[in-house]
Design a binder for this molecule. Structure first.
Ligand SMILES: [Zn+2]
Length: 655
């Protein structure tokens, strides 16, 4: 009874709008970009924001009352509002309630009043100045060794506009430069911190709104992050545990198309395992279910002995070109049959080998349409991981929250993760941003990647482990079970926003706490919630599923949303009786284990993967030409023969 009253109270508190975490003080929004950037950064971290417009000094005095707010974590002041504020009474009022929270003075440019900036920085920063830096030749660099910049230290970020402003610093010894613009030999500060009146006060220059085209390209992240960097760094520092953060840092390296034979192309599992242990990474095989019954016993034993370093996920079903391709050429019903037969074959694989598999789908060739995502969810898959996380027939969302996270739940309420090809150069900045944001880092390659040596992935693993020393390399299933965000509430409990339907929540906080869990759900099919296997009550609120779960300090609980769909996998036919599929699979084996052995062969495979249509056309043309050539040759032979026999025919009768 007491528990249900507590749960009801927490639900009520949950639904009530919280007081603002961030107060933004602005003067007539002449600088819309500063406000928009702050809104985007606050949204990413799940912080509520209140905008206070001050036109007169009287407004400035009235504003001081908003500090009587226990949820306040940070204050941001647009530089153009400084003349309306009395610095002394402002600091005194803030000190009374919040002696520690940081202030950011943003939007500083050449028109900002230097006297006020000097006053708020205790004389160390004296204003802003317009630069002559053009975006083609300059860039930003983030300072190393700071608790504010963390994993981003030393990273280069793109400059998005020309002639940006920089800070004029009078006293370098009392200022910490956090971001600079690099232009030739000049290093111009754009984001800095000082201590004024015993408080951390940050200063950032104005960054004009950047025109970054909206695409599904994951590498857009660098430009989008650059446009928000001072706001992101400041709020991350100010809000700390109160900002959305992931429960840990996770990474995975997946090799597509392999099955358990040694070697598969250039992959020798025993040697790969040695590298994974030496360089601390985890390798997952994206396994084509068609291969379920052909594993070599010795390789089965390697996988069974090392689940911490080697694992299996699902790669299509037959891997017959784009079996999860556009719906007009690949009807949904056929795709559903493929995903179910894929699972049934993987169940059989597990029964034969005693090796578990993760129902995480890596689509062959390219990502599927959105409707396929809903079916994956309905058919008990955990997640999907591909080079793009936007379905083939959907548009990429325009907001920063989408591009700054590796995972999204926007399509069919099903977790979709993006992964990077280890076969191309991945910009270090992209990985540093992922490490800073806590994004899972997923990499992939094919067997040919190891042609130069089984150590081909080591340098990427080393870089990731250097950027994030606490990185946990795990299977895709384990990553899916930790795919959620967590934040500390003002009442000492925790909010959880989950992407996955099944998650493991560890209460690592050395005290008992209640977790308020929320997931986007379309409720298109009946569901139940299980906690450690037992049915557990939940609330439905529009498109959200919510539950309240107390967890003792040091304990872990598994929350699983189970969709009502009896898969009946035991009755699914898993026989391999399609001549076409069998031929394609055996040709693929020939490609990876024979053609791939020579450099010329690998060039052909790469070219075929990139220009398959052209190669098919070229092959067809070649076959037509060969048929023509042969018929001419036969024709001549016949003519010769006939001539030999002393008989001749008019040429028109030969065509
Ligand atoms: Zn493949």
């Amino acid at each position: 009874m007491r528990e249900s009253i507590l749960a009801a109270c927490l639900f009520a508190a949950w639904l009530n709008a919280a007081a603002a975490n961030v107060v933004f003080i602005d003067n007539q929004s002449t600088q819309l970009s500063t406000r928009q950037q702050l809104e985007a950064a606050a949204g990413f971290y799940g912080l509520t924001m209140e905008v206070r417009s001050v036109q007169t000094e009287k407004d400035g005095d009235a504003l001081l009352r908003s500090f009587h707010n226990p949820d306040l974590l940070a204050v941001v002041i647009n530089a153009n509002a400084l003349p309306m504020l009395n610095q002394r009474s402002f600091q005194a009022a803030l000190h009374e309630w919040h002696p520690k929270i940081p202030i950011l003075i943003a939007g500083i440019n050449e028109n900002s009043n230097g006297e006020f900036i000097k006053q708020w920085s205790s004389g160390v920063i004296i204003g802003g100045e317009k630069s002559v830096v053009t975006k083609d030749v300059g860039w930003y660099v983030v300072a190393s060794g700071s608790e504010v910049t963390q994993q981003l230290g030393g990273s280069r970020l793109p400059l998005l506009a020309s002639d940006p402003s920089y800070l004029k610093i009078k006293n370098e010894s009392r200022t910490t430069r956090l971001m600079e613009m690099i232009y030739g030999s000049s290093k111009l500060p754009v984001f800095a911190r000082t201590v004024a009146d015993g408080r951390n006060v940050f200063f950032a220059t104005e960054t004009s709104a950047a025109d970054i085209p909206v695409t599904s390209d994951p590498y857009r992240q660098q430009a989008v992050f650059a446009s928000l960097a001072p706001m992101m760094l400041f709020l991350h520092y100010g809000a700390d545990e109160h900002a959305w953060h992931t429960p840990g840092s996770y990474a995975n390296f997946t090799i597509d198309d392999l099955w358990l034979r040694e070697p598969y192309g250039h992959v020798n599992y025993e040697e790969l395992l040695q590298q994974a242990e030496l360089h601390n990474f985890h390798a997952t095989v994206a396994f084509i279910p068609w291969n379920f019954d052909r594993s070599q016993p010795k390789m089965v034993s390697v996988f069974r002995k090392h689940p911490d370093r080697l694992s299996i996920c699902v790669h299509g079903n037959n891997h017959v070109h784009q079996e999860f391709g556009p719906l007009d050429s690949h009807p949904l019903q056929g795709q559903v049959e493929n995903m179910r037969q894929g699972l049934a074959r993987m169940e059989r694989f597990s029964a034969l080998t005693q090796i578990p598999y993760d129902a995480v789908m890596v689509f062959p060739h390219s990502i599927a349409p959105e409707a396929t995502f809903s079916e994956l969810k309905r058919n008990h898959y955990l997640a999907t991981a591909n080079s793009l996380n936007v379905p083939s027939d959907a548009a990429a969302p325009a907001d920063a929250d989408f591009v700054l996270r590796t995972a999204t739940l926007r399509f069919g309420n099903f977790p979709s993760l993006r992964r990077y090809s280890a076969e191309t150069d991945i910009p270090q900045t992209q990985l540093a941003i992922d490490a800073f944001l806590g994004n899972p880092m997923l990499f992939y390659a094919h067997e040919g990647f190891f042609a130069p040596g089984i150590d081909a992935f080591d340098k990427t693993a080393d870089l990731v482990n250097k950027l994030q020393p606490t990185m946990q390399w795990q299977s895709l299933g384990s990553i899916a079970r930790h795919l959620y965000l967590e934040r500390l509430r003002d009442d000492g409990n925790y909010d959880i926003r989950t992407f996955s339907a099944t998650i493991q929540i560890a209460n690592t906080h050395k005290r008992d706490a209640t977790f308020l869990i929320e997931k986007d759900e379309d409720f298109s099919q009946p569901l139940i919630v299980l906690v450690d296997g037992s049915v557990y009550p939940y609330e439905r609120s529009d498109s959200k599923l919510r539950l309240v779960l107390p967890i003792r300090g040091g304990e872990t609980k598994e929350v699983a949303i189970q969709y009502n769909n009896d898969l009946g996998l035991a009755n699914v036919n898993i026989a391999k009786n399609s001549f076409r599929t069998n031929a394609i699979r055996l040709l693929s084996d020939f490609r990876d284990n024979t053609v791939s052995n020579s450099e010329l062969g690998r060039h052909f495979i790469k070219s075929y993967a990139e220009n398959g249509r052209l190669w098919n056309l070229a092959m067809a043309a070649l076959i037509v030409m060969m048929i023509c050539a042969m018929s001419v040759w036969f024709g001549r032979r016949r003519r010769k023969t006939f001539r030999g026999e002393g008989r001749s025919f008019p040429s028109s009768q030969l065509s």
